[in-house]
Design a protein around this ligand. Sequence first.
Ligand SMILES: [Zn+2]
Length: 347
Amino acid sequence: MKKTFPHIPRERLPALLAAMPKAELHIHIEGSLEPELIFELAKRNGVALAYPSVEALRAAYAFTDLQSFLDIYYAGASVLLTEDDFHDMAWAYLRRAAAENVLHTEIFFDPQTHTARGVPMEAVIHGLKRAADRAGAELGVSAQLILCFLRHLSEDDALQTLEQALPLREHFIGAGLDSSERGHPPEKFARVFARCRELGLRLVAHAGEEGPPEYIWNALDVLKVERIDHGVRCLGDPALVQRLAREHIPLTVCPLSNVKLCVFDQLGAHNLGELLSAGLAATVNSDDPAYFGGYLNQNYLETFAALPLDAGHAYTLARNSFEASFADQADKARWIERLDATFEQFR
Ligand SMILES: [Zn+2]
């Protein structure tokens, strides 16, 4: 049953949203590359950029759809070459996460974006893993890695990538599917996801961001994913909504990303409230925060300012973020206790 907090007024929501413990389950680490760090790494590695300055690069972040964003996203990632570069990128994100009261994060990374440029798989995974371990020790933030396949490439390329990553299997907990959704349905990756399942990897996939509800069905039935990334287009299919609710399939919703990529024309038109009313395990996430106008707390703040959501919704979303994570039950219980304690403080 939904908890309510009628005594927490709307004007206290911004402080509550910032203070409440939360998890982030949909963050592409390459999408946390700020223009300043892109320029620093370009200088360190002697990579020439097509933009003369940080300001010019920032100004180019005016996307019209997923593809126009991806074009600049891959250009930004071109400065990442060494293990230290991957560490520094992830460390910058994890420090921000700690400052926003993120207790746990499951970080997506796209090895193909890097291995296709000749960067060794070891540099990618060791760099990210070093930052994740350091976050646990120095920041008290639990961080895990999820290897994602680029869906605009072939399944054979994905299979090859998986084999390359297998010597480092102990360093990542799951596999996902991202990049251009339209024209690249989940079933294109049936074999590689079957292989991931055999390996005991936890499975997620982007579906129903720009693609139709059918992609969500196939992500569940063909790929057998445990979580749907985005999934906001499920509301067009009542039978799908019933199933997602019945099976408690979490949706990792990214409100600012959805507006920036024109999935919704403004935050006030976002369907997050409807998803929660339909009993779906929705969570709030930042997706590619350097590119979409904000990290996790900014997503919460702007979304709650634009929609008729209250403290009860905030509690549900934060609690969902822990419950939808791949952490063990003891960690989840400990985090939810801290969440409850924060809401008590706001009494
Ligand atoms: Zn995403």
